[in-house]
Design a binder for this molecule. Structure first.
Ligand code: ADP
Ligand code: ADP
Length: 229
């Protein structure tokens, strides 16, 4: 079963001469660790915007869990697909770390006390409980990234997407994030990363999708690609 299936999807930013997605087709298998790989400008972030409903499909088809997306189901994606964006400043909105992490679950309609409980749990899992009362604006990049990760974990979505999860993190921060990515996958979630870090792909992914110039160049198992037989 696929969690996402893209068929001939195109997307062009206003004023851009070339399309960011150029008739791209691929599948992302359910419950696996998938890496979307490709150079800067390949279209990875644009794909992610389609996977959490931020962008609608202009031409082509997107299926989520086998169902073709429509306006309603596209709008619901934001509650079913958690995204950690590359730049944490894009998603930090509250005055304290705790409120920021609790924002997602509160948006899902949970009570304030339930949202707070989930926020505490996910801050613990990410290792940022001691930052709970601080203003996110005063944290380092790596700490902000951890706040964004905790916020997504607190929503307990069936799919978690991380855009360049290791970018600008120190080795300990990278190790923590990778541990969390593995734990989410072990919990049965579909975890998707977008990256140009081939070492991470080789070590971590079950499945890789290679994207360049808005098309998919192929699917492969990183073990096939990197390991000798
Ligand atoms: P990535 O590491 O995903 O390639 P980019 O550096 O391409 O990130 O993009 C960072 C941000 O800048 C994104 O929010 C993206 O939408 C925006 N961006 C990228 N290219 C352009 C462009 N040509 N014009 C305007 N905004 C852009
Ligand atoms: P990646 O994440 O793989 O680096 P992106 O999806 O960010 O790639 O970008 C794909 C293409 O779309 C690039 O040519 C980029 O310049 C363009 N692009 C991205 N964001 C914007 C934007 N906000 N406005 C205009 N063009 C953009």
């Amino acid at each position: 079963e696929s969690v996402f299936q893209f068929e001939q999807v195109c997307y062009r930013y206003k004023q851009d001469r070339t399309a960011a997605l150029n008739g791209i087709s691929f599948r992302i298998p359910l419950g696996q660790k998938t890496a979307i790989v490709g150079p800067n400008g390949a279209g990875k972030s644009t794909l992610i915007f389609h996977m959490n409903g931020l962008f609608g499909c202009e031409s082509g088809t997107i299926l989520f869990r086998g169902e073709r997306l429509n306006k309603t189901t596209q709008a619901e994606l934001v509650q079913r697909v958690g995204v950690v964006f590359q730049d944490p400043d894009d998603q930090i909105i509250s005055m304290t770390v705790k409120d920021d992490v609790a924002f997602g679950p509160a948006q899902l309609g949970l009570s304030a006390s339930e949202a707070n409980r989930l926020a505490m749990e996910s801050m613990e899992m990410v290792g940022i409980s001691h930052l709970a009362g601080l203003n996110p604006a005063e944290l380092s990049f790596g700490q902000k990234k951890q706040v964004a990760v905790a916020g997504v974990i607190a929503m307990n979505t069936e799919v978690v997407i991380l855009d360049e999860p290791m970018a600008f993190l120190d080795p300990l921060g990278q190790k923590r994030i990778q541990h969390i990515m593995d734990r989410l996958a072990a919990d049965g979630k579909t975890v998707i990363i977008a990256t140009h870090n081939m070492q991470l792909v080789a070590e971590w992914a079950d499945h890789a999708i290679v994207v360049k110039d808005g098309v998919c160049l192929g699917h492969m198992s990183p073990r096939e690609l990197f390991c000798e037989h």
